[in-house]
Ligand binder design. Structure first.
Ligand SMILES: NC(=O)c1ccc[n+]([C@@H]2O[C@H](COP(=O)([O-])OP(=O)(O)OC[C@H]3O[C@@H](n4cnc5c(N)ncnc54)[C@H](O)[C@@H]3O)[C@@H](O)[C@H]2O)c1
Length: 276
């Protein structure tokens, strides 16, 4: 079977395409024959059809870019992201959720039945279901400005760990918005990667400590490569995944499964004892 993932000639957008998972996703999609538009605050080295520099914290710039994108959009891959410190909680929320959601929502009218959206959350969102009521408060606040205002008003909530909060709210948004997107035949999913060897990794290690990041590796005993996260994203947006919707797909080498089945004890892990 040729073109098994069905990307030949498809119009796709990739945010965060200058580095890491986004660059890997864009490069693989080019190889698969897609027409790729790359979006990032930084220039990308991937040889894409169109490259756009955009700061996802800037509402007016997002709206200008959205207006410049031609229909039809077959696939949207949301990989742009910021870690926690040294970036402010507000910047983290704007890039990881508020700005990303704004761009996607503006592009929906240019999508069609069969289009798909896949975004990158994180296994730092583990347990997001336990915080659902709080997360849905932000999920149900529409638009960029109102979302930004919610973040300002809830700064004490975001202060300790805006990164995890941004990824939890992404999971909640995917679960909830997928149920309405599908009325137009558009699918929405996310992946929740474990530690991945990208430019973001040193930020995590400096802030959380290398031992905490290593503890999140779990049974597979290594970081993932950006390509190992790109392929699940590419699968999720492929027509081959046409019945997969609202999925918050854990791509962490088995860490979450081991936690769920009691093979890894989170309390011990954070106390430094690691795997049972
Ligand atoms: N690396 C990990 O261990 C890991 C684990 C789980 C989830 N993630 C998530 O994966 C996604 C991809 O990150 P990565 O690991 O490839 O890191 P990365 O730093 O290599 O890539 C992030 C990209 O986002 C872009 N970006 C940052 N701020 C932006 C802005 N204001 N506007 C537009 N683009 C902006 C950067 O320029 C960069 O190209 C992120 O959402 C990240 O949170 C990473």
């Amino acid at each position: 079977m040729e073109d098994v993932l069905g990307y030949k000639g498809r119009n796709v957008l990739v945010t965060g395409a200058a580095s890491g998972m986004g660059a890997a996703t864009a490069a693989l999609l080019v190889e698969l024959g897609a027409q790729v538009t790359a979006i990032d605050i930084n220039p990308t080295e991937v040889r894409v059809h169109r490259a756009i520099q955009l700061d996802m914290r800037d509402r007016a710039a997002i709206e200008k870019v959205a207006a410049s994108i031609e229909a039809p959009i077959d696939g949207y891959f949301g990989c742009a992201g910021l870690p926690g410190p040294p970036f402010s909680p507000l910047d983290v929320m704007l890039v990881n959720f508020i700005g990303s959601r704004h761009l996607i929502e503006l592009l929906v009218p240019k999508m069609h039945s069969g289009s798909a959206v896949a975004v990158v959350a994180s296994n730092a969102a583990m347990g997001w279901q336990l915080q659902l009521a709080q997360l849905m408060e932000l999920v149900t606040v529409d638009g960029f400005d109102a979302g930004k205002e919610w973040c300002r008003a809830n700064s004490t909530l975001l202060e300790p760990d805006a990164y995890s909060f941004s990824k939890k709210v992404l999971n909640a948004w995917v679960g909830s918005r997928a149920a309405t997107f599908i009325a137009d035949g558009i699918r929405l999913n996310c992946i929740n990667p474990g530690p991945t060897e990208t430019a973001m990794m040193p930020h995590f290690q400096n802030h959380a400590g290398a031992e905490i990041i290593d503890a999140f590796v779990g049974p597979i005993r290594r970081f993932s490569t950006p390509e190992e996260q790109a392929w699940p994203l590419i699968f999720l947006n492929s027509p081959r995944a046409s019945y997969v919707n609202g999925e918050t797909f854990t791509t962490d080498g088995g860490f979450f499964g081991a936690v769920q089945t009691g093979q890894l004890d989170l309390a011990k892990l954070f106390g430094g004892a690691g795997q049972k």
